[in-house]
Design a protein around this ligand. Sequence first.
Ligand code: ASP
Ligand code: MG
Length: 419
Amino acid sequence: MSTPLVFKFGGASVKDADSVRNVARIIDLFARRPMIVVVSAMGKTTNAFEEVVSHWSRNELELAREKIGAIRKFHFEIIETLFEESASLKSDVQELLNQVNAGIDRTDLSYGEAYDFIVHHGELISTKIIAAYVGKATPTVWQDTRLLVRTDNQFRRATVRWDETTTAIQNRIDLGKVNVVQGFIGATASGTPTTLGREGSDYTSAVFAFCLGADSLTIWKDVPGMLNADPKTFQNTTKIDRLPFNEAIELAFYGASIIHPKTIQPLKKKGIPLHIKSFVDPTAEGTTIGGVDRATPEVPNFILKKNQALLQLKTKDLAFIAEHHLSAIYQLFADQGVVVNLMRNTATKAVFCINHDPIIVPKVMGELIGLFDLELVSDTELLTIRHYREEDERRETEGLNILLEQRTPDVVQFVFKRF
Ligand code: ASP
Ligand code: MG
């Protein structure tokens, strides 16, 4: 039997009944091959479950239940549009939502454990629906990723345990069928559900590709391929046809949101090409990552990260910021899951450009306030230009209030505030 293909469909590609039909059509184009189909939660379901978590954490259980009701309605409408006989699928989905409802009554869970427990249901529900729909035309099996992707218990950002995961995937995947699996989720050795971090389904798909030695991984997107900038933010974007693995890793690291940063490494290790293709135009070329030394075409890349905060720490006694300060700060960041996108230190100050997580950042500041004088500038953004040219830099920074700038021969970065 030939080596499998791994396909990944994100939330936008399964946001309503029509898009589910489209996913089934794409799978059907390739269904003579063994296939793993990794699916995210439908549309904005993960955000909706995050709201359930927020209500839960504030003990607003009525509001949490209302939100769960809205999630139910959204999925039931899709099911009713797709299936004439929908009762058994609806009861599967209801069963999953009952588990969430029972979960929010529990008081013994940490924030992270509760988050993962609640939020991971988005993928369980979406894959139930996709597997049932694809299964109408093609032999299909719904697989439980919690039995396949084994992780540690770092909730909200779990790390994959490769050995156990490889064994489980190789034992359980049925290469005679289309295997529909959940992205983004996993479980600890004792079966407690975990998640791999927001947008983690790309990474899941790379994990499956790696463990099965797949022929290729295709991530289906609402764009024609990888562009040199996000067209929602930048004008005059160019599609990249081919890109080396290393270049893709760099771009993902700086926040090119088209692929999750951890996705490329496993593929690179095994030389498995990554195709990024349009689910709107599935036979069009797209972008292929891997197997080349240089990008075609070679163009500058622009990456904008919004929702940043600039956190400045100053020693209280004007002592120098030394290694032991920095290592304590980074330890705290690592423990709490603060993502640092850029940092600079001077004699008595350290400045970090971080993702402005509304829950984590105040918590971390609470722990630092006894040790340092703190200053937080919120509503900042981080612009990265790779392979920059002077004219690009000038055009993109015009009129911005730049708070911090960092430059290497390849990359220039600006933290700024809009006026
Ligand atoms: N559903 C998850 C999220 O929205 C994972 C993913 O889509 O990749 O973050
Ligand atoms: Mg998503």
